[in-house]
Design a protein around this ligand. Sequence first.
Ligand SMILES: [Fe+2]
Length: 231
Amino acid sequence: MQPLELIIQGDFIWSYGGYEPKIPIPTVLNEIANSYYFVGHTGDRSVKTDLLNMLLNMHDYNHQNGTHRDLFRITEVEFHQFIDNGHQSHAFYDMPTAPYSLAEKLSKPDVMLLPRIIKAHLENHFPSLVIFHGEMPFGKAAQCHFFVPEAENCTRTYVLLFGQAKHPVFKLLGGTYLKFGKVVVDQDADILGKIYPDAPQKIKLNNEVGMDWVRRNFASFPNVTAPHLSK
Ligand SMILES: [Fe+2]
């Protein structure tokens, strides 16, 4: 076998898998590792979907209250802002959730950690990285989702979770936050195995700016073309 060329950058080891690099390695993970501590990894799995459909799902700001309704009980997505910086972008939205009853909380104490409104800031680095910045009751989390094409119809994904504790109890809850991350990945993988990606789209929904960003960048990669999508 040919040895892979590895690139070591701070705490991270990268590889282009023997392909010619088209874009530089993102430096954002080094910045996160400098100010957050590493909580752990989760959700490492192959998903039977191509890279484009994986990315379209991850940047579809309408799917949370359907795909992620179980456990998180997201009732709607209140979309606020999209900042388009070419291969990098930011999306800001709030996701109100339906409350759990006291009996449900007593039988599943983990759900007490779910906020009443999930405030999302997604920091996106096309094509391989989505960072969910979340404010938790006892600290801040940076949940980094990676996407690596394995074959034409197979995409690998995994999560590296970083945290910033505002209260010492946050460090004790790392395992629970990792479990939440795994549930998110499994819910997305489940839906990606059930959709009909080649069905023609006949209607346009309200919060598709992230999907438009994916389609634009995918079509012109590694160049960035019009339109500019900030809103
Ligand atoms: Fe999702």
